[in-house]
Design a protein around this ligand. Sequence first.
Ligand code: NI
Length: 232
Amino acid sequence: MGEKRSSSAAQISAAKSRVPNGEAELYVAKGWRYNPIPFVTSIKNEACFMILKVARLGFPSVRTTASPVPTERILTHDFQKLIDDMIETMNEYHGVGLAAPQIHLPIQLAVLEVENHPRDPDMPSVPLTVLINPVVTILDDSLVEEWEGCLSIPDLRGRVPRFKQLRVTALGRDAKPLEIDASDFHARVIQHETDHLKGEVYIDRMPNLRTLSFLEEWQRFMLAPPAEKKES
Ligand code: NI
């Protein structure tokens, strides 16, 4: 909480000097044995991926319509580093997605990925995807209601209806067009992240705010016990 989260060249070279020759990347990347600065998770060619501060509800960028990213900007070093930092930030906070307005930048960029989620092993996998200037087309407008949370609205969960199936077209981090058809949970994550680019958050989509729960109470009272969950 009160911990200072900044790095310096001196700290990084101190980290490197404490590990055997040639193994700095490996040990610093693992972040548990020698690394005195655990928020730096990889060091390669003197570049660090940084964990960014997440904007909470109330910060203007969370409620701003994001601007399109100029195509010529995508392949620049700064923009590629921003993408890497967003992926690092999403992983650090166990998010399944992160949109640029959540790191104080109202631009049309979002990242998503789910792989063995630490808090919910049953969560379906979603491949690592970078969406720049995404456009969503709904393919199946039937609504599916499920629980959602958001890094910008910490410690809360709520029931949110989402369209069942969609197609998203966007530019990838290589600045080339991509097209993804997604359904169910994958479609939900894309709808949540692209909503952020319109200045919208999941509680705007909740038809009934009475399901809004703090994480601890949600785990205690709202989730089905594991045995029942498996049988259903
Ligand atoms: Ni969110």
